[in-house]
Design a protein around this ligand. Sequence first.
Ligand code: MN
Length: 515
Amino acid sequence: MEHMTKPNVDGLLEKIKKYEPEADLDLVRLAFDFANDAHQGQKRKSGEPYIVHPLATAELLAEMNVPISIIIAGLLHDVPEDTPVTIEDIRKNFGDDISSMVAGITKLGKIKYRGIDRYVENLRKMFVAMASDIRVILIKFADRINNLSTLSALPPAKQIRIAQESLEIYAPIANRLGINKMRAKLEDLSFKHSMPKEYEWVTGLVDRAIKVKKGYVEKVKTLLEAELKRNEINFEAIDGRVKHKYSLYRKLLKHERDIIQIHDIIALRIIVPKLSDCYAVLGIIHQTWKPLKGRIKDYISQPKPNGYQSLHTTVFCEGGEIVEFQIRTNVMHEEAERGIAAHWQYDEAGKVASPEVRKQMKWVKDLAKQHLDTKSGPEFLESLETLKIDVFQDRIFVFTPKGDVIDLPEGATPVDFAYAIHSQIGNTCVGARVNDHIVSLETRLFSGDCCEIIVDKDRTSPNPDWLSFIKTSTARSHIRSGAKSRLTRWIKNFGEERESKKERAEQRATHKKNR
Ligand code: MN
């Protein structure tokens, strides 16, 4: 093995220099040497020197263009757990900020439970870590992506466990935080190991699509370029983007595995300088090819809940083929790829969170608070179910009559909507108007609906029957506590009633006696 080139930090430094030319690269080099010394003599299961793993983790982070403090924490992330070097040593050498991130990842490390307990414990730790410092989760994602790409060295049962956990927990959280680039990697690597047969099938479909469509996509690209130039519309790049495998798989399952119904395996992505250019490009596309009805999506005026912005349209293109186009500015593109990770670039301290990061932090904290108090028995399992829906389900947008946007899980009802606005509106709701039609409270809402809640001020508590159809944990906990307070009121009334009966009896007795 002596002839092998030793792992070195140069590639990482190159990556950092590209997006942060002013970065303190000496400090990164120092962290690499520090980690390299600490892991000296250790090997990965694959037989490689251990340092290869933290180095790969740091490189994945550099691809997200994050500040170097996060990259350094990535280089050091396994040091306290696997070597004699302590957190205190890291603090002395690299300061409080970096050592606290490393401590956060170390805490995430060890989970010894099995089955459902393991799942819950993992989520609990993850949310606690995220709520205290959201940068920790980015390092954990990078760590997990590298572990997934070297999974073959582990026993099969462990491979499947790690892959499923990544698919069920890590990827949905990455999605919720808008970190698409990492989400796609987490999903595709996990997909490969947890469902090898399905993965092979989808890979075949993608390879074939690329082979068959490559020339066609090039032709459309050339035509569109010419059309845009002729109309003097600015654009920076047009590329064919290939849908990532797991998301194609999920879409195939929705369409009875019929590939014919899926038009965006390869979509054309147009990157433009300014927001107004997006709509200009859309205009040219529709002028050139006829759009399919109902397939124009304006995620710029109505971004997805995770912040995603773009214009999508599907058209009957050259030769009648159906092609999807995605149009966005460079800034939107960066945000679509990197989500909250795109928002650190602007504040060097790293910890001074932008409004976007703060919004996500609030979501994480609310979630941690709602679900992760110790509960037991069926109540606990039930809360786990809603948790899965809250975090992992696709989201919809529903409007209030004033035009405010409420973000809900798919399948949500007017009751969920009411509670999302205010608990008092939830507790007193008796009906709803959706797009100007009176509907029952269990009606399913869809993205883009406008919903108005009809309340009855005299109503004192929610209807426990709602529990059978609501979808959000907010609604669930309010209905439960509403039902509970009604119960205590009844018990109290009952008690008071008994008291007064007793009093009356006593009064009668006294009366009799005095007679
Ligand atoms: Mn690691």
